[in-house]
Design a protein around this ligand. Structure first.
Ligand code: HEM
Length: 89
């Protein structure tokens, strides 16, 4: 990054708990292929429609997105931290 530059990576919502929030793969695919279909005002680039990414590339991105923390794992992690905290008292 350029000295005194700013990271510009916070425009969209956090991509967490994807399995829980996008159980239907087709819905997630559509969000990346063409977010403007559901929301004409979306400023997320329509990566598929504009030919920036192929179907196969989007599918690979989706495979990655689905590895991002499921909500259950998140709850387990928090519970573990609470148990450790209580044990340390
Ligand atoms: C490969 C890169 C990207 C992927 C995989 C991706 C994926 C996603 C996904 C899955 C959502 C839905 C999340 C949810 O509803 O919780 C979303 C929403 C959104 N993303 Fe992206 N995104 C990417 C790049 C971008 C970029 C570059 C921008 C902005 C310049 C952007 C802006 C947004 C916005 C504003 C939303 C909110 C919903 C909407 O307006 O459609 N995204 N993105």
């Amino acid at each position: 990054m350029i000295d005194d530059g700013e990271l510009a990576g916070n425009n969209g919502p956090p991509l967490l708990a994807m399995k829980a929030r996008f159980p239907d793969r087709e819905v997630l695919f559509q969000q990346i292929w063409d977010p403007t279909k559901d929301d004409p005002n979306s400023f997320m680039p329509p990566f598929g429609k504009h030919g920036a990414l192929t179907k196969s590339e989007i599918n690979k991105i989706m495979d990655y997105l689905y590895t991002l923390w499921g909500i259950n794992l998140w709850i387990e992690e928090i519970s573990l931290k609470i148990v450790c905290f209580l044990q340390a008292l």
